[in-house]
Design a protein around this ligand. Structure first.
Ligand SMILES: Cc1cc2nc3c(=O)[nH]c(=O)nc-3n(C[C@H](O)[C@H](O)[C@H](O)COP(=O)(O)OP(=O)(O)OC[C@H]3O[C@@H](n4cnc5c(N)ncnc54)[C@H](O)[C@@H]3O)c2cc1C
Length: 374
């Protein structure tokens, strides 16, 4: 008889564990409270972003995750695009930061290149030439359309690995590897994985209160389709947001520069990320506000702070906002890359990937399942 695992949550982390356990011969059941996934995993940019990860372990995990995304998307006919990433640099200090990153990382990322403004213009015709002076290009980044991918993946995992999905099934208790649903049904397995994202406090309030975690709330926008096809973009402020850039010697100086130059962006945790989907729409963000509870109101002023910064970098023609939303994710405050903890015998929390669950999820699950099994 095969060993069994129950997984709570069908976001990217729950799905990644479902795949990893299936590959080890486990019988897998996934329980998702909603009729379709609506959490962090469909609210993001769909950026699979190795460039943002520290070299060595996390870069390897991100590269492995990118490889799995490509394999799965090809096999399941899910749209993705290997666009690479272009970090648009606007001032002498940003060019220096780019150079420092390049020098420190060129062994780990041999495909990294500096682009001149004219090379940037050939890829992004509407770049703002008043400010942008050049860019760092990395070819390793991919885009998936997460709201589509996350809804197609369960079908794929069911067909390929016989994973059983129980949608519309909220778990209200977990004890001794027995899950209780809101309808009162009990489901027992050898192992349990709690991949319930930023709502983990509902099922394990005490564990959540004691854990080194906070919740980040982000403002996001999406445009109507534009006609140009562009790579995934970020800009100078992203130096302050990804761990990989901490290798830059001028990091602290750049932080101070941004506090003076972009005070509203720094106060609201704004940097610029732009991904384009198959329809030509741009997903644009984001801001970051931290706390264990967030108001549900999306401030237009903060959206404007994001758009003001975007307009310094690019000025897309016929640009109009089609959608706005907020997303939340659980973030660790101890600097670790994931929250993977055995909270009861054979019951594990799998969480805390912060702003990088799409980038690290598949790889993280493979590594964690290896640890559990051995
Ligand atoms: C705005 C935004 C932009 C981002 N951009 C990127 C990006 O471009 N690239 C990147 O790598 N990462 C990005 N991230 C981070 C990434 O989206 C998250 O790290 C990842 O989605 C977390 O996945 P998860 O499975 O842990 O959580 P979720 O996707 O939230 O999934 C948890 C699931 O558990 C279910 N659930 C909760 N409680 C229960 C219960 N009791 N019973 C049953 N089901 C339950 C929920 O309904 C939910 O579907 C972004 C995040 C946000 C919010």
């Amino acid at each position: 008889m095969n060993k069994s695992v129950n997984i709570v949550g069908a976001g990217i982390i729950g799905l990644a564990f479902a795949r990893a356990f299936s590959l080890k011969g486990y019988q897998v059941n996934v329980f998702e409270r909603s009729e379709r996934v609506v959490g962090s995993s469909i609210r993001n940019f769909g950026m699979v972003w190795p460039i943002g990860q520290h070299k060595n372990a996390m870069l390897n995990r991100a590269n492995r995750t990118a490889e799995i995304w490509q394999e799965i998307c090809e096999e399941a006919h899910i749209w993705y695009k290997k666009t690479g990433s272009l970090q648009l640099l606007s001032s002498p200090i940003e060019i220096s930061m780019g150079q420092e990153f390049y020098d420190a990382e060129k062994d780990a990322r041999p495909e990294l290149e500096f682009y001149t403004l004219s090379q940037v213009q050939s890829l992004v015709p509407f770049v703002n030439k008043q400010h942008v002076r050049g860019a760092l290009f990395s070819p390793t980044e991919l885009i998936v359309e997460s709201r589509e991918a996350l809804r197609l993946l369960p079908e794929f995992l069911k067909a390929k690995y016989q994973v059983n999905f129980h949608f519309n099934t909220a778990i209200i208790d977990c004890y001794n590897n027995i899950l209780t649903t809101s309808a009162g049904q009990k489901h027992q397995a050898d192992l349990t994985i709690i991949a319930s994202g930023y709502e983990t406090q509902l099922l394990f309030p005490t564990v959540f209160e004691l854990a080194p975690v906070t919740i980040s709330s982000l403002n996001m926008l999406r445009s109507y389709p534009i006609s140009d096809q562009i790579p995934a973009l970020c800009a100078g402020l992203s130096f302050l947001h990804y761990p990989s850039y901490e290798v830059c010697k001028s990091w602290q100086e750049y932080h101070s520069y941004c506090e003076n130059e972009f005070p509203l962006q720094v106060q609201n945790g704004v940097h610029l990320l732009i991904s384009q989907n198959a329809h030509g729409q741009l997903t644009i963000g984001d801001s970051h506000h931290y706390g264990k509870h967030h108001d549900p109101f999306q401030s237009n002023d903060i959206d404007q702070v994001i758009l003001d910064y975007m307009n310094r970098i690019i000025t897309p023609i016929n640009f109009n906002v089609a959608e706005r939303w907020t997303g939340q994710y659980l973030k660790l405050t101890n600097g670790k890359s994931e929250w993977f903890e055995e909270i009861q015998p054979n019951t594990y929390i799998a969480n805390g990937t912060g702003g990088a669950g799409m980038t690290l999820g598949w790889g993280m699950a493979e590594e964690c399942v290896e640890k559990i099994i051995h």
